[in-house]
Every structure is written in C-alpha cells, then in structure tokens.
Ligand binder design. Structure first.
Ligand code: SF4
Length: 254
C-alpha cells in the first residue's frame, strides 16, 4: 500500500486531472490523516491511530499562503483546500476561507478557489457560509445506498447518506458533485456502485440535487483497501452519458 500524506500546509502546484494547475492547501495535520470518513480508496490511507492530532490554525495558514503568493508568480488555475483529510473539520475553516479570498483577490484575482469536501459537515452554518463564498465547492457523494456508503466511505460516526443529501439539497441550489466509481469487497462483503440498482438511485437523486456539474472518475492510485477494482473508461463514459441525458454537465476522468 503506497498511500501518502502531504507534509506541508501549502503543496504543489499539482497538475490535477479535474482542476488543472492546482495549489493545494492542507488544513489537516502533516503527520496524520484525519477525516470524518475512512474511504477505502483514500490516497492518504486509513485514518491515523495513536497520533496526536494537531491542526494548523489561522495564524499558521495565512502567513504560509501569503509567503507563497508573494514569492511565486507561476500561473495557477485554482487554489484547492484538500490534503490529509476533510478540510471543513478544521475549526478555523470559515476564517481561513475569508482570508484566502482576500489574498487571492490581492495576488491572483483570476484564480479560482475550490474545496474537496465529503459534505459531512453541512449542519455547521459557518462551514456552509464559507463553502458558499468558495468559487467551486466540490461535494463528494459516491453512492446513495446506505449500506454501500458504510462500506465505501466508512463514516467514523453514525451518518446517513440520506441526511447528507438533505443537507446538500437545503444549502446548494446547483452543487458540484464528485463520484468515485469502483468495486471491491471487505471481508467477503461485496460493494459495487455501478450496479443497475445503484445507478438508478444515483440518477434519481441527481435529479433532486440539480447539480451544475458532475465529476465522474475511478481509481488512479494505490488504495488502502487492497483488491479494489477500477471501473473501465468505456463504462465510466456510459455512466457519464446517463448523467448527460438528464441534462447535467459531466466531466469524466478515466
Ligand atoms: S473523504 Fe476524502 S480525505 Fe476523507 S477518507 Fe474519503 S477520500 Fe480520504
């Protein structure tokens, strides 16, 4: 298993398959993965155990960002909150977003700001308000079937995917949805979010969420759970066609 951790607050720029030239901002520990989910495919591995969790605070992140912006002129497409877990669980996330907008406007006004979030923290009004001033909040939803959600995303507390859908629907008129398609098994229990049953519910729930964009992809890196199966490019394209037929924009990244 060759998963990895980002060892700094600011990382990259990295050439993202979906976002372009992306400067990463890691609001999680640099020596541990810390997330409200424990996805079987997470490139950062499983949540860290036995490690003291120390999150970078506003006073750490803003100077690191300002230093980067004042010393680097290389063109960027986007500044992305990502890194070693779920960015919105950093208690300073709302203030950090406000400061990031300020610094972006000062140094790189044409660059977008994005966040990769698992949408597990949308009951927090301050988090939602911060997500709304981000140009492109990208909300991960891999399945709308609760049993598959528990197998694939392994929420660390008792979360229901139905409640997450309600939160997205209540707070975002045209969300950007991102879905990883894969198959695998955990101790003999199989999961597959490309079955007819799964896709029927997926398409129906997308109709309710009315996304401005759906990003569809499959596994590209080593995963913490061994034996995960990548979904073939032509199959991903077929899923993308199903979404396009509903009238939504789709980005398929094979
Ligand atoms: S939500 Fe993202 S960071 Fe958290 S476990 Fe899943 S892939 Fe990893």
């Amino acid at each position: 298993m060759a998963t990895f951790l980002f060892d700094n607050i600011i990382f990259g720029p990295v050439k993202s398959r979906r976002l372009g030239n992306s400067l990463g901002v890691n609001l999680l520990p640099t020596n541990a993965k810390f997330c409200t989910f424990n996805c079987v495919y997470c490139e950062c591995g499983w949540n860290s155990k036995g490690v003291k969790i120390e999150l970078p605070r506003l006073g750490d992140v803003v100077p690191a960002m300002e230093k980067y912006f004042s010393e680097n002129t290389q063109p960027l497409d986007v500044i992305t909150f990502a890194g070693n877990g779920e960015p919105t669980i950093n208690p300073d996330f709302p203030e950090i977003v406000v400061e990031t907008v300020r610094l972006r406007d000062k140094y790189m006004p044409n660059v977008k700001i994005s966040v990769l979030t698992n949408a597990s923290n949308l009951k927090n009004d301050k988090v939602v308000a911060a997500l709304k001033i981000i140009d492109e909040p990208i909300l991960k939803v891999d399945t709308f079937i609760q049993s598959d959600f528990e197998l694939i995303n392994q929420p660390v507390s008792s979360l229901s995917i139905a409640s997450i859908v309600d939160d997205i629907s209540r707070n975002f008129a045209r969300p950007i949805i991102q879905t990883m398609f894969m198959r695998g098994n955990i101790n003999g229990t199989f999961f597959d979010n490309t079955t007819e049953e799964s896709l029927d519910l997926y398409y129906n729930t997308l109709k309710r969420l009315n996304p401005s964009m759906v990003m569809v992809y499959s596994i590209a890196r080593e995963t913490p759970l061994s034996g995960l199966q990548k979904v073939a490019p032509d199959e991903l394209e077929r899923i993308g066609d199903g979404i396009r037929n509903l009238g939504f924009q789709v980005l398929v990244t094979p």
